[in-house]
Design a binder for this molecule. Sequence first.
Ligand SMILES: NC(=O)c1ccc[n+]([C@@H]2O[C@H](COP(=O)([O-])OP(=O)(O)OC[C@H]3O[C@@H](n4cnc5c(N)ncnc54)[C@H](O)[C@@H]3O)[C@@H](O)[C@H]2O)c1
Length: 439
Amino acid sequence: MRIAMIGTGYVGLVSGACLADFGHIVSCVDRDGRKIAALEGGEMPIFEPGLAELVGKNVREGRLSFSTDLRGPVKTADTIFIAVGTPSRRGDGHADLTYVFQAAREIAAAVDGYKVIATKSTVPVGTGDEVARIIAEARPQLPVSVVSNPEFLREGAAIGDFKRPDRIVIGAEDERARKVMTDVYRPLYLNQAPMLFTDRRTAELIKYAANAFLATKITFINEIADLCERAGADVQDVARGIGLDNRIGPKFLNAGPGFGGSCFPKDTMALMKTGHDFGVPSRIVETVIAVNDQRKRAMARKVIDVLGGNVRGRTIAVLGLTFKPNTDDMRDAPSIAVITALQDAGARVRAYDPAGIKQAKTLLDNVEYSSDAYACADAADALVILTEWDEFRALDVDRIRAKLKRPILVDLRNIYRPEEMAQQDFTYVSVGRATRKQA
Ligand SMILES: NC(=O)c1ccc[n+]([C@@H]2O[C@H](COP(=O)([O-])OP(=O)(O)OC[C@H]3O[C@@H](n4cnc5c(N)ncnc54)[C@H](O)[C@@H]3O)[C@@H](O)[C@H]2O)c1
């Protein structure tokens, strides 16, 4: 099959490379000329484990190519994916569909026969109808099928998620499109990945419902963590105790600084707006958004409190800036709110992240960046772990203690054990567990 992928960001590039690896001929299109030039030069625009190898292999074997012009790829494709961004709209926070509709108009102008146009971007329910309308208006005689095919991959594990998905959701309104989409995913189908066929609106809503549910799970355990701190319980054990119940499951029950990233914040917001549009407000989602927003800044309070209520002029060392490990994505990372709150309180912030510093520099002012965790800790008044990169899980704690001005560790991801850190002479603050004072 021939596939055109419109939008070569996290989702478009990973999906395009994986579909090429299945044996399809894929052309990844992006209007960002620098991104395409970099890809043609073998350089990855994003940090994603295994991606450079996968892209390189499929380019060499002639199944993956890049372009800034969608006309050629669209004309020859059987299936055209729309994988452009749908950020929060400035002003009201609803999903900004400018890029999706622009892509639809460009596709409409280039298309010249039956095609399946599949929206991979996360879009509010009803967007597929609008895409179909745009195309029908521009090209009334053209037989096209507009399909919703939401993407569930996670950054940092994107290739594995795409190749071994929990499920594939296809929202199609006609049999012909269903057949084409089955062919696109046939290699996965052979691996028994469940394929769920629904109507288009249902598929669009499945994506938002999934993300809102996961965001709710995180927010729930974060509130339980706060209660644990006050009541003298341990949230790690509570999470394990409930997660072992099959009806609940253990995932997304890690208490921490609140959810962030390129999807949950904008998607919960868009679902809230959709609820309002349909006159069916989602109180649960609204509360999740509000609780999570307050939480990020509140995490800075933990740092301020352990330093006696005043951080003016103090140096705080921060490990981890990206919203999760194994990505360089800084979009809506909790680190932004936590660091800004510390700076507002007068602290100097020094930070280290294995992959996110370049992006962080565009989003955070007045942060001094270090080349590793130990340089970051040097003469700092406290060390804060904000993202659970593997390299922070096994720090040489003696070396860290020797570097710090005071042995204070604020672990917002609960990656160390309170008893062990107390034995190591740290004052150790974590989430949903008792604070251990330096012995
Ligand atoms: N990032 C994730 O983990 C993830 C996971 C699942 C779903 N999604 C959804 O997938 C969509 C894409 O997300 P992303 O993170 O890949 O975004 P991104 O910002 O990384 O990439 C989008 C790309 O589309 C390009 N683009 C915009 N308009 C274009 C046009 N008319 N023609 C060609 N290229 C165009 C941009 O230049 C950009 O490179 C969003 O709706 C997002 O919610 C993202």
